[in-house]
Structures are given as C-alpha cells and as structure tokens.
Write a protein that binds this ligand. Structure first.
Ligand code: Z16
Length: 827
C-alpha cells in the first residue's frame, strides 16, 4: 500500500497537501506561515535572517514537491542511474536559482513587495556552502543542475564539511584566513536523515582463516569506528526534475560510546566522540596540490564507504542482486579523491557479500568511471603504503591483489619490465606509495579528461601506457557550465535582451543563442547590448566600492582575472603587464592608454608561499597605482577579497575582458573562461584547456590569442630554457622586472618580491619571460579594438551567440552517451 502514487494520497484529485501553489498570493501566505509557525516570529522582531529563512523554507516546500515526483518516477521505471562521487561541491546560493527553476522569481518579488520587503535584500542574506576549492567543486554543482534539468536519474554524494573553504580577508595587502562558519545561521535547504546512517571502520588488522572446506575467510578487525549520517539537499532543475545532494557528517557510533560508558570513563567517551566528528570538520584548502595528511585520507574513505553502502542499500531495496549492480548504477569518480572506492567495493562484495573475486572484479570495473582533472605532477594523488596499512589494512591487501593480477595481465601482453614498473599501482622508486590515478584507471570502464587538449595530453603523458593497453577506455568530455545560474540568474539584464530577440528556448537549449549572430550587424541592437553591459559594470563598480573602497569609473575597460591563485595560472604575468603600463604613464607621460580597471580575485592555499606573495604583489601594485593622481585616472588595480560563487555572479556580467593566460598544457579545462564569454566578455588567452575550443567556436578573429602552444612549451623546455637571457635582451621587460625590487613598490622592504623576481629570472617554470612580449603585444591589440566600441560590441555578441557548446547540459549529454549509457526520464 506504500507503493501507491503521490496523487492518490490526496482527498481531492488535483489537490495537494500543504500550500505549494506558485501564485503571488500562495507565496505570500506560505512565507508568513513559515515566519509564524516554523520560526515563531512576527515581522516587527524578525531579523533579516529570519525573513530569508522563512522565504527559503517556503521555496523548499515547492522544491521538494518537484523532487518527490522525480523520485517516484525514477523508482517506478527502475531506471539505470548515476551516482556522482565528489569530495567537493560549490553549489552557490540556492534561493535565486530555485526561484528561477520554479519560475516564480517575479511572483516572489511582488509577494514580498506587498509586505514591504525587498527580494534583493533577502537574497543577499544567504551564506553559500563553500564545500570546495574551485573549478572541480563548481563543476560538480553545474553537473547537478544539468542532471536535474535533463531528468537523468542520479544522486550526488559528498562530505558535509562543518567548515568549508576559509574566508579570505586582505590585511595590509596580505591574505588572512579565518574559518568559514557557513552553518552559523542554520541551513534551511538541508534535511537530516537520521536513519540513513552507516558505520565506517578504521585501523586495526585483518584475520585470515580457512573454514572446514578450506575456503579462505578474511575478517577486518578495526581499531575504531565512526558513523556517517546523511544530510540531503534537493537541487532543482529548470521547469522539471530535482535530484539530491547527499552529504555525510561523521559522528561517534553508539557502540563505542557505550563501551566507554560501561567502564565509567565518561570523558574518554566524549573525547572519542570529538575525534570521530573531526573527520568532517574542515575542507582541505589545497587545489592542485596534496596535503598528504592522514585526516584527508580518512575523509575520502569515510564518504566513499558511506556512499557505497547507500548505493548497495538502494540497489537491494529494489529487490535486485548485487551481480547486477553495474547494470543499474554507474559511479562517476570526480578525480581520484574518491578512488579508494575501487578496493572498497571489492571489499564489500568479496568480504561482506561473499562474492568470488573474479565476479566481484567484473562488477567493480563495470561500475566505475573516472574523470581526471589535472596533469600537474604535484596534484596527482599518491598515498604512502604505510599510511594505508595503518588506516585501511584490508584495502592495502586488496590493492596489492588487484595490482598483482594486473601485472600478470601485462606480462601476458608482453609489456617490458620498465613499462610494468611505470604502470604498477605501487610506486617503489622511493618510499612506497599507491598511485591513485592508476588505481582509478584500472578499476574503471571509462576514463575521461575535461577538454579536448587535456584528454589528448592525458593519453600522451600521465596515462600513456594505459591508453596503449586500453585505447577504447579513453575519451573526452569537455567541461561546461550551467547557463541558468551564470546567465539567467546572475545577468537578468542580458537574459531579458536575449529572450526579447530569440525567445526563451535558450534556457534549455543554449545552441539557440546562434539566433543572435545576425543581430551583431544591427546598430540598435548593439546599442542595447552596450547599455546592458554598462549597467552590469555599474553594478560591479558598486560591489568593488563596497568591498574595497576603491572607485571605478564604469566606463573604463574592466579587465578581470578571477580564479585560484597559482603560479601556472600566471596572475603575476598580468602584474608585469600592468607595471609596463604604469611605467609608460609615469615615466614616459604616455596618456594614450585607454582607462582600465584591472580586477583580480581568488584564494591562495594557506601553505602556498609563492601564491601568497603574488597576492601581496597585486595589492602593492594597487596601492601604488590607485593612490597616484598622475596614474589613477588611467589605471586602477583591485583585489576583490573572498572570491566565491556569490561574488562571481556579480563579476562575470560586469567584465569586458577575460584573462585566461595559463601556460599552455597546464590548465586542464578552466570553466571561468566559459562564464565570462557567456556574459559577453572577450577573452585574451593561451591555447590551453578549453580556451582552444572556445576560440574554435567563437572564431579566431573574435579571440585575443598569445603565447606558446603546448608543443612549443615542450620543445622549449627540452632544448633548455634560459629566462635570464630573454630578460637581458628585452629592455622593457628588464625595467618592469627591476621595478619589482624598487623602493616605490616595496617601500624599502627590498626582500618583499625577491622570491618572485629570482624565481622568474632563474627558473620560470611557467615561461612568463618567454610569453611576456607576445602578451604585451596582444594587449595592445585589445586596446586597439576597444577604441572601436562598435567592433567590440560585434565581437561580444558573436562570442555569446557561439557559446552553445559550453552549457553543462551538453557535457552531461556527452557523459550519458559516451560513458554512462543512461537515459533521461522527464517528469
Ligand atoms: C581543481 O579545481 C581542478 C583540478 C584539480 O586537480 C583539483 C582541483 Cl581542486 C580544476 C582544473 O584546474 C581546471 O582546469 C578544471 O576546469 C576544473 O578542475 C574542472 O574540471
């Protein structure tokens, strides 16, 4: 009887429980009900957070209504589905997005206005979940948006960090970190599922025994246990389905508490509890770098273990056999962070469910698919064998078993000893470590990179031997972004203009933007286009003023680089360019440079010395320029503190120029590049990551290209690269470099930028010296085009018109077709 449809629970056909109508009156009533009966508040004493929470709860009811319908449909059709495993998510604020997806933005605005409340003010109240570092976490959230919109049966699993990515403040020009207390005001979007909880074991040892039939039984006797409890957040698609983001929080298990209580050791029990909860306390703030810390491995295993138990529970709940797991579920590994899932699934199948090894292995490597997000050697995960032995002794045995079978297979294929030791899951060149990318590759049925260039390099570099062994296991899925959040929600001005010209279909079919192309020749349309941009620039200038106190004239060229601070991304190359302009204005009294505001934003990993220096360099250049009346009419330099999804939504719409200037071969894809172009910014960039494909789509005449290609970089390095020589032979570059050590910039602290100076002159691993001249020249070309605003507007329109490919809807469709073989079920 619990199997009946949602509708049949309601007394009158077509009537649903609760007030979940979508009219202005419904929303108003719901909002007040939440304020009175969920929060126990009246308007005169309600805080802004009370008002925001009431609205969020009212909206959440409507989101859940959509979600339960999707759930019912997915269950009924017994469909094949996707489980997405990611250690990071960056959903951004939920409220605005949900209002868009429910199509009640205007109704809500009016409902609140009738109560003398301003929707914009309430939207500002939301604190976003910063449960990721950057691109990888944001990509996972874009994919959830598209999975939901397209109606792909799916669930996303991750970690409910109590503290997300640190909050960044700038003090005396330096980055200062503080903890991100995102749950401080409560979280109206999540629902705790106390009964969806699983035990996770750590440490101890294994016992191998043989039964009377000489069959081997292996038991893992753990040293400790924790419990993971599910917290669900519904993520709604546009006009359609919803899916769940299920995040695990670590707690103490009852059994361990109980044992300690019995001994009368209350404090020891409480301490255990605290130690258990530590596992999900805080996100590791490193992107593209390893921490190598035990707690990080614990986090990875913890969420993987809970998620796999949950997947198996869901599978068995439908009355299916474990032998068919891979037919009903495909599990996507977002980088190697969840790759311990490979031995964990083997352990569950073999040790817990008593499947034979071969059968279990067949299921396992037909279940997983692995996405690689980087080629940077320092970012490729390796865990010391000793650490795994201590924390996960059974998993180490399983990894060794997988490896020995794999190596036997290689011997059968006549691989050389060299090749075999290169491909082994165990790196024995130094302290023995497990190469997690190899583990993920061996345990997966498909492996993909995140742009055409990156997928190609993956097969040529990091996984070369594997690509030769299994050519058909490798593919590319170019990243995409959700244009609903990053255009429809964050740029209402441009969205309205688009819809006015080509209708609203672009919200679900971004290709429809193609219809805009012909309007690039229409002068009145161009004027409207420029007006919308100017309005967005005013908005950004207001944000900048609020956050930094710096005045920006919205008419200036707004030139933006926002992304994690990393040497390979070359924020300091941008600084060298700014200094070259500064010297021209200051020393040569050159007044021909078009007024430009250079805007930076992004976090540096707290332990990354050079990245933190680069922030100080940016802010020092800003201090110098912004306070110099001879220069500050022409140039401004801004460092936006605490870059986040919320802030990003103000930044992309207001940008004229997008800086995508990483050294070729280093940025796997980039996704900011797509968000800028989608909002009408032109790009100056290298042939790196998805820049290559963006340029292909928008046309080379609409893209400012500079710098060496991947091949040229490789050759240059092979021949022996001498940055000092380039410096010595380029007068202009020399002056700019020397200025890094000048009193004007360092205010007498001569050591301040020496680390950057010395690094560039003598190592320069990311070829700033090499690419400097071509960057400066291409920036001159940017200025040349900028002087002709009509031409700039044309290029801007064509950029937007040709961005269809970079919707995450297309990426998810690619995953479905090339990898998952999953079909949409629309409600
Ligand atoms: C990350 O954000 C990325 C790679 C990685 O190994 C770790 C983290 Cl935290 C980024 C890539 O740097 C970027 O190029 C790419 O667009 C993004 O992942 C999504 O694929």
């Amino acid at each position: 009887s619990r199997n009946k449809k949602i509708e049949s629970y309601f007394t009158k056909p077509g009537v649903e429980v609760g007030n979940i109508g979508l009219s202005k009156e419904d929303i108003k009533t719901s909002f007040l009900e939440k304020l009175f009966y969920s929060l126990g508040r009246i308007p005169v004493v309600a805080t802004p957070n009370d008002l925001y929470t009431s609205l969020a709860l009212a909206v959440r009811d409507r989101v859940f209504r959509k979600y339960v319908k999707s759930l019912e449909q997915y269950a009924e059709e017994d469909a094949r589905g996707v489980a997405y495993l990611s250690a990071e998510y960056l959903p951004g604020p939920h409220l605005g997005n949900n209002l868009l997806n429910l199509e009640i933005m205007e109704e809500t605005r009016e409902a609140l206005a009738e109560l003398n409340l301003d929707l914009e003010e309430l939207l500002k109240e939301e604190v976003e979940p910063g449960l990721g570092n950057g691109g990888l976490g944001r990509l996972a959230s874009c994919y959830m948006d598209s999975l939901a919109t397209l109606g792909i049966p799916s669930i996303a699993y991750g970690i409910r960090y109590e503290f997300g990515i640190f909050k960044q403040e700038i003090k005396e020009g330096w980055q200062v970190e503080s903890t991100d207390k995102w749950l401080h005001n409560g979280n109206p979007w999540e629902v705790i599922r106390p009964e969806i909880s699983f035990e996770v074991k750590f440490g101890g040892y294994t016992e191998h025994t043989r039964d009377e039939n000489d069959k081997l039984h292996i038991e893992w006797i753990p040293g400790s246990e924790v419990k993971g409890t599910a917290y669900d957040t519904p993520i709604l698609g546009y006009q359609s389905n919803g899916i769940i983001l299920r995040l695990w929080k670590a707690e103490a298990t009852e059994s361990f508490d109980f044992a300690a209580y019995n001994l009368g050791d209350y404090y020891r029990a409480v301490e255990k509890k605290m130690r258990s909860e530590n596992i999900t306390k805080v996100l590791y703030p490193n992107d593209e770098n390893l921490s190598g810390k035990e707690l990080r491995l614990k986090q990875q295993y913890f969420f993987v273990c809970c998620s796999l138990q949950d997947i198996i529970r869901l599978h068995l709940l439908q009355g299916r056999k474990l032998e068919s797991l891979h037919e009903k579920f495909t599990i996507q590994l977002n980088d190697t962070h969840p790759s311990i899932a490979v031995p964990e699934l083997m352990r569950l199948l073999v040790d817990v469910y008593h499947m034979e090894w071969d059968a279990a292995w067949m299921v396992t490597c037909k279940t997983f698919a692995y996405t690689n997000h980087t080629l940077l050697p320092e970012a490729l995960e390796r865990w010391p064998v000793s650490l795994i032995r201590n924390l996960l002794p059974r998993h180490l045995e399983i990894i060794y078993e997988i490896n020995s079978r794999f190596i036997n297979e290689l011997r059968g294929h006549n691989f050389t000893g060299d090749q075999i030791s290169r491909m082994s899951l165990v790196d024995e060149s130094g302290e023995p470590t497990i190469r997690m990318a190899h583990l993920a590759t061996v345990g997966s049925y498909m492996i993909n990179g995140v742009s055409a260039l990156h997928s190609g390099l993956l097969k040529k570099q990091v996984l070369k031997d594997f690509a030769e062994l299994w050519p058909n296991k490798f593919t590319n899925v170019t990243n995409g972004v959700t244009h609903r959040r990053f255009l429809a929600v964050s740029n209402p001005g441009l969205s309205a203009l688009l819809s006015e010209k080509i209708g609203k279909d672009w919200l679900t079919h971004l290709d429809k933007l193609k219809g805009l192309e012909s309007y690039s020749e229409d002068e009145t349309f161009r004027r409207k286009w420029m007006e919308v941009k100017l309005e967005n620039k005013r908005n950004l200038a207001t944000q900048i003023k609020e956050l930094t106190g710096i005045d920006i004239n919205p008419e200036m060229l707004i030139d933006v680089q926002v992304k994690r601070i990393h040497e390979y991304k070359r924020q300091h190359l941008k600084v060298l360019h700014i200094l070259s302009l500064y010297l021209r204005v200051k020393k040569e009294k050159d007044t021909s440079i078009p007024p430009t505001a250079f805007v930076f934003g992004g976090k540096a990993a707290p332990g990354y010395f050079m990245a933190k220096r680069i922030i100080k360099l940016i802010t020092a250049v800003g201090e110098l320029i912004n306070n110099d009346p001879e220069v500050n009419k022409i140039l401004k330099v801004v460092f936006l503190p605490n870059f986040s999804v919320k802030l990003a939504q103000h930044v992309y719409p207001g940008a004229d120029l997008s800086e995508q200037i990483s050294m070729a071969g280093k940025e796997a894809s980039g996704t900011g590049n797509m968000k800028f172009a989608l909002n009408g910014a032109l790009t100056i960039g290298t042939l790196d990551g998805a820049n290559v494909e963006i340029r292909e789509e928008v046309g080379e005449e609409n893209f400012f290209l500079f710098g060496l290609t991947t091949d040229e970089v490789e050759n240059k390095k092979a021949q022996g690269y001498h940055p000092y020589k380039i410096y010595a032979e380029n007068e202009n570059l020399k002056k700019v470099m020397e200025f890094l050590l000048s009193d004007e910039l360092t205010r007498g602290d001569t050591e301040l930028f020496k680390p950057i100076y010395n690094n560039l002159l003598h190592q320069d691993p990311y070829l700033l010296m090499e690419d400097y001249q071509s960057y400066i020249e291409q920036m001159e070309n940017v200025y040349h085009v900028w002087q002709d605003r009509e031409k700039w507007a044309k290029m801007s329109i064509l950029n937007v018109a040709r961005m269809g490919k970079f919707s995450s809807d297309r990426s998810i469709q690619d995953y479905c077709e090339k990898i998952w073989k999953v079909e949409a079920i629309k409600v």
